[in-house]
Write a protein that binds this ligand. Structure first.
Ligand code: GLY
Length: 394
């Protein structure tokens, strides 16, 4: 049996792929899909999300992007949903520039992408506005990554939970207090009392996987008292909290993100740019939602939304698309990305027998979920060394 610690998009994806292949799985999370997955915009944009110093990350992202259409189609079917239910779209990302410096950076990025055999189109300011008429007149040029895609992470998480339910996978709503260790390595998890989503992920300093004393977990539906779950393998997919259960080099990187709303979509594709030295992106959904993200703040386990965060996001989004100020401000949310020292994820054997890691996905958890599951299933050998946790072994 596999116990998956963490019910975000990564943990749920791993659980779904394992269960689908006939392996017994249990997921443990006090409030599934309420952490970084709930905050994420869902850009599947390996090209636009990296710099040219990050070739390994780009290779991982491109490989996972290639898996996404099949992953989305199978998930939609397994969850019993109608085609299109995940809002998966593959209309590309437009990265725009305002000044000569920005244009030079885009030109460098284009050269790097071409060297790696990735498709990219250089556009003038006028061509950018022809694609996206709501762009600011001051946009001087841009790069279109036509193969980039995006998806609604909340719908993906909902579909994963539905697919797991149909496969009979238990979701235990409880905190993991610690990993059970014995002579044979990691042998399961010890649970704390359940917490059914009243904001556990938002506690400063604490966290859903942090050690806490209390009553043992009583299984839902009148099941027996269980304080421990035994497992041959524990997959640690606890995002920014992974480091509280094992020596995993992850740190929380706070991101605040806005959801705006209009009757009609303002944009046809993802748009991003650098404003006041900070990257900002806009992700449109078919129902008129426009996601604006995201801040990057190193403040520990702090998930407060702040006036300054909202101000900066709106200020920078308005530089790209002045019309955003007309939209309804529907939601502000903050999440914690699990950052690693080299920005690459930690996927594979966790340095102790019985322990596997699926963590450290930083800005790319949604994008990298299909690849992560494939690596852990032994289906993706070529790229697995790039994200192997062994690179940080003492
Ligand atoms: N992938 C976008 C972000 O982390 O903000």
């Amino acid at each position: 049996m596999h116990v998956i610690v963490g019910g975000g998009v990564v943990g749920l994806s791993v659980a779904w792929r394992l269960a689908r292949s006939g392996r017994p799985v249990t997921v443990v999370d006090p409030a599934p899909a309420s952490g970084a997955t709930h905050a994420a915009a869902g850009m599947l944009a390996p090209v636009s999300e990296v710099t040219f110093t990050e070739e390994p990350l780009l290779r991982l992202g491109a490989a996972s992007l290639a898996r996404w259409p099949g992953f989305a189609a199978e998930l939609t079917a397994d969850a019993g949903l109608a085609a299109g239910a995940l809002d998966y779209r593959a209309d590309g990302t437009l990265d725009v520039a305002f000044g000569a410096d920005d244009l030079a950076v885009l030109e460098e990025t284009a050269g790097f992408m071409e060297k790696l055999g990735l498709r990219v189109e250089r556009l003038s300011g006028r061509e950018c506005r022809r694609l996206e008429p709501m762009l600011a007149p001051s946009v001087r040029g841009g790069l279109l990554a036509p193969d980039d895609a995006w998806v609604d992470p909340r719908r993906v998480a909902g579909a994963l939970l539905a697919a797991l339910e149909r496969l009979g996978v238990p979701i235990v709503r409880a905190r993991v207090r610690e990993l059970l260790r014995g002579d044979e390595g990691v042998q399961g998890v010890r649970l704390s009392p359940g917490d059914t989503g009243d904001g556990a992920h938002r506690e400063a300093g604490g966290g859903p996987y942090r050690q806490e004393r209390g009553e043992p977990y009583r299984e839902e539906h009148g099941g027996p008292f269980r304080e421990e779950l035994r497992a041959e393998r524990v997959v640690l997919a606890a995002g920014a909290w992974s480091g509280s259960l094992a020596p995993v080099p992850v740190r929380p990187v706070k991101g605040q993100i806005l959801r705006l709303r209009s009757p009609e979509p303002l944009l046809g594709r993802c748009v991003r740019g650098t404003v006041h030295g900070l990257p900002v992106y806009l992700v449109p959904r078919g129902d008129g939602e426009l996601v604006v993200g995201a801040t990057q703040e190193e403040l520990g386990f702090d998930t407060r939304v702040t006036a300054g965060g909202v101000y900066e996001l709106l200020r920078d989004a308005r530089e790209l698309v002045p019309g955003v100020t007309e939209l309804e401000l529907a939601e502000v949310v903050a999440g914690l990305r699990p950052g690693t020292p080299d920005n690459l994820p930690l996927v594979g054997p966790g340095g102790e027998r019985g322990l596997l890691l699926a963590s450290g996905h930083h800005r790319g958890g949604v994008l990298l979920a299909p690849l992560t599951a494939a690596v852990l299933m032994g289906e993706e050998r070529e790229l697995s060394s790039l994200c192997s946790p062994a690179r940080f072994a003492p």
